[in-house]
Design a binder for this molecule. Structure first.
Ligand SMILES: NC(=O)C1=CN([C@@H]2O[C@H](COP(=O)(O)OP(=O)(O)OC[C@H]3O[C@@H](n4cnc5c(N)ncnc54)[C@H](O)[C@@H]3O)[C@@H](O)[C@H]2O)C=CC1
Ligand SMILES: Nc1nc(O)c(N)c(N[C@@H]2O[C@H](COP(=O)(O)O)[C@@H](O)[C@H]2O)n1
Length: 262
């Protein structure tokens, strides 16, 4: 369990700035930054359920800076379960809870079995992070666990799953719900299913910027891989970033860009 404090040098901020949420947004859709750490073979982790450190200390500090620049940080329920993440920012410059992002967990089937000992719950109880919002469909799991969430300032947000595969939410619906709750910006961190379903969006109009940490390591086969489904017939053959910049952060490189629209 990590209790470190991190520092991010002000000189590293300007190259990131064009990809960060605008200060005075006009759109009702929250700005969406897709950001994660990957290996050279596009893996997020060694295997499903294995928390894997990829970021070095400098790029990790960058991620924690990004966490302070977004209203929310979104992950899938598998990541919430297997990583037991903190989802707060541990930058030494943080002085108040207002600077912390709101953790948002996508959990349509109520599978995240959080308790008082779950890091994100405990940190919210200690005012070191905000209480998580769990996006789910109505069911008995939510009824049973709502009290604990509410005690730490979190809550359930209810949403119907779309008609698509695997009972997922439509990403447009997720962003509409979060926008209605007053969020202006969301950073989506993972895991694989969350990212791949986001990259499978037909028009790719929801992701505003992409900030990826690439670590100089191969994780090998069997990892959780970022690789969206094949492109649809009639669409462009590949998904590509434009407006690209690369910045070294220690031994890692951070790639920023925007998805080219089809
Ligand atoms: N390197 C990095 O930056 C990160 C690594 N990870 C790693 O990723 C792995 C977990 O990834 P996955 O197994 O793919 O699980 P995941 O974290 O993407 O969660 C999958 C679950 O989230 C929900 N979900 C995902 N997309 C949804 C959608 N569009 N609508 C509704 N619900 C949706 C579903 O319940 C699904 O079963 C872990 O090993 C974790 O350590 C996770 C985040 C970042
Ligand atoms: N940026 C980054 N680098 C890595 O090496 C990672 N493994 C992750 N994982 C993501 O960060 C969450 C952990 O956050 P805390 O340190 O516990 O606050 C983890 O759940 C993934 O979403 N990210």
């Amino acid at each position: 369990m990590s209790r470190e404090t991190l520092s991010f040098p002000p000189t590293s901020i300007p190259p990131l700035s064009p990809y960060l949420p605008p200060p005075n947004p006009t759109s009702p859709k929250p700005h969406l930054t897709l950001t994660y750490a990957t290996s050279l073979d596009a893996s997020l982790s060694l295997a499903p359920g294995v928390r894997t450190t990829l970021s070095g200390p400098f790029s990790k500090a960058m991620t924690h800076y990004l966490r302070t620049r977004h209203d929310a940080i979104l992950i899938g329920c598998t990541t919430a379960t297997v990583d037991n993440p903190a989802l707060n920012s541990r930058l030494e410059s943080i002085t108040s809870l207002d600077q912390q992002p709101r953790p948002v967990i996508l959990d349509p089937k109520g599978r995240w079995e959080f308790t008082e000992d779950s890091q994100v719950i405990r940190l919210a109880a200690e005012f070191k992070g905000k209480g998580p919002w769990v996006v789910t469909t109505r069911g008995k799991e939510a009824e049973e666990r709502a009290g604990l969430l509410e005690r730490v300032g979190g809550k359930y947000l209810f949403l119907e799953t779309g008609e698509g595969e695997k009972g997922r939410f439509e990403w447009g619906d997720v962003l509409r719900v979060l926008g209605k709750e007053g969020l202006k910006s969301v950073m989506v961190e993972g895991g694989g299913e969350v990212i791949n379903s986001l990259l499978a969006e037909p028009e790719n109009r929801l992701v505003d910027s992409v900030i990826v940490t690439i670590a100089p390591t191969w994780l090998g086969q069997g990892g959780v891989v970022v690789s969206p489904p094949p492109r649809r017939e009639g669409g462009p053959p590949q998904l590509r970033l434009g407006d690209v910049s690369w910045q070294p952060h220690g031994e890692d490189v951070v790639l920023c860009g925007r998805i080219l629209r089809s």
